[in-house]
Design a protein around this ligand. Structure first.
Ligand SMILES: Cc1ncc(COP(=O)(O)O)c(C=O)c1O
Length: 466
């Protein structure tokens, strides 16, 4: 196999190599089943480090372009490859805690307040208020602040590979409101809407309130079952392709393409929730599904809750061009729900380069916390626990094999450690064997201390079993 790729100094070498190989696979020049050269051979051939090749290969693996066969190497995957269905059992209830007794709270949804650029943000709010423009003092543009939409347009083009106009962007006040707008716009009431099972319960409840027939679709090892989706009569499907919520897998390229084909053939829409794509700890962020959407069937949902501030209550949707005028008609029925002051301040924050800087900083911060969490689990819980979805995001799931979830949640709570059951995200929520650990708002030391307690509880049980 000969490799011809030019060195472009504006990008890291491994990204260039990954992009080159991806193109070779997509174009069929690298054939299905073909073996990629070993890391050592290719590093020697291209005169680059083994680390460069390994990073490029890891990214191709994560996105499902290739598979790893034990002791044989990496092989190009056929687009029709489908994995086995995993069973998705179900759930207990979340215990509540007396807040004053909480020592460590693994609540999912918290961000690191200590790293928040408060001074800069205050200045941006003040600058927004000093603007002489009326929109900051009145109801604001129903579609959203035009300066913010322009900043979002630039950001998603650079970070998520999405080419769109400001006209396609609609600002909302959080993902639930984004979904509500989409449901209205697509007139989804009384229609089937498919949703991953398990999947984000907050979205499910909005759809149910809007009288949609919510249709759960099972997850396979690599994400939503396309076969099951094809059997449904869904007018739309809600997915989290870059980081499945809550299980954490990445939807591989073959399934992404199948999903897009399904939408095209059934004249249905895909709602892509890209809630935490920036925080990926192994390899590069996964490209968005929207960036592959040639048939204009993907509605992209972004939020500032993870990468900036949940309290900003600011999210956005990017509509296919064909839906823009209907989108504008739909928003005529309601006023702008995200504060115009916050929107303008955020626009200033982004325009002056603080947002990208903040995201870069938080990647490093969360990566360190994530590492501390995995290390603590390995050390304190070891074989008594299995970590699920540990490559990205601000949470993981943990299967404490020998323990009943409700029991351990209660015992941890008695010791001041708050852990949660993710069972509300399962459609049949009995006996979900996981606990959910959010770590964004905790210090590394709190993470270590909290896991130590859980480890002790697990050991107590395993000693009894012996
Ligand atoms: C799957 C998923 N989507 C979106 C969000 C963000 O929601 P919001 O924009 O309402 O803060 C979250 C946050 O918890 C989430 O888990």
């Amino acid at each position: 196999m000969a490799f011809f790729f030019k060195n472009d100094e504006s990008k890291a070498l491994y990204i260039q190599l990954y992009e080159y190989l991806k193109l070779e696979i997509k174009s069929g020049r690298l054939k299905v089943g073909e073996k990629l050269p070993s890391i050592r051979t290719l590093a020697f051939e291209l005169k680059v480090s083994k680390q460069t090749i390994d990073s490029a290969y890891q990214q191709l693996l994560a996105e499902g372009y290739v598979e790893s066969r034990p002791r044989s190497g990496l092989f190009v995957l056929p687009m029709e490859e489908i994995s086995q269905t995993i069973t998705t059992p179900s759930s207990p209830t979340i215990t509540t805690n007396d807040k004053s007794k909480i020592l460590v709270d693994f609540y999912y949804g918290a961000i690191d307040k200590t790293k928040f650029p408060l001074k800069t943000w205050k200045r941006c709010i003040s600058d927004a208020l000093e603007s002489s423009l009326n929109e900051v003092y009145f109801y604001g543009d129903r579609q959203g602040d035009i300066i913010l939409r322009e900043e979002i347009r630039k950001y998603v083009s650079k970070a998520r590979g999405i080419q769109c106009s400001t006209e396609q962007i609609f600002i909302c006040s959080g993902t639930q409101q984004s979904i509500q707008l989409i449901a209205q716009l697509l007139e989804l009431h009384n229609h089937q809407v498919a949703i991953e099972n398990p999947g984000y319960s907050e979205v499910c409840s909005v759809l149910k309130k809007y009288q949609c027939q919510v249709t759960p679709i099972s997850l396979e090892e690599d994400g939503i079952s396309i076969e099951e989706l094809q059997k449904s009569k869904a007018k739309a499907v809600y997915v989290t392709p870059s980081h499945q919520f809550p299980l954490g897998m990445v939807l591989p390229i073959n399934k992404r393409l199948k999903l897009l084909t399904w939408a095209k053939e059934h004249s249905s829409f895909i709602v892509e929730d890209d809630y935490d794509s920036e925080f990926r700890y192994i390899g590069q962020p996964i490209p968005s599904l929207k960036s592959l959407d040639e048939s204009d069937r993907v509605i992209y949902c972004g939020t500032f809750s993870k990468n900036f501030l949940p309290a900003a209550r600011c999210s956005y949707i990017i509509l296919p061009e064909s839906l823009v005028s209907k989108g504008k008609n739909t928003i005529e029925q309601s006023s702008q729900s995200c504060s115009p002051i916050i929107q303008r301040a955020l626009a200033i924050f982004m325009r002056e380069g603080f947002f990208e800087k903040h995201v870069r900083r938080m990647k490093v911060t969360y990566q360190a916390k994530h590492k501390a969490l995995l290390e603590a689990i390995n050390k304190q819980i070891g074989e008594n626990g299995e970590i699920i979805g540990q490559r990205a995001g601000l949470h993981i799931l943990l299967n404490l094999k020998s323990r009943r979830t409700e029991e351990i949640i209660q015992q941890a709570s008695d010791k001041g450690i708050c852990i949660y059951s993710p069972s509300q995200h399962w459609f049949e929520n009995e006996n979900v064997p996981y606990i959910m650990l959010g770590f964004g708002g905790l210090t590394e030391q709190q993470i270590i201390d909290g896991i130590k307690v859980i480890g002790t509880l697990c050991k107590g049980e395993s000693e009894l079993i012996k």
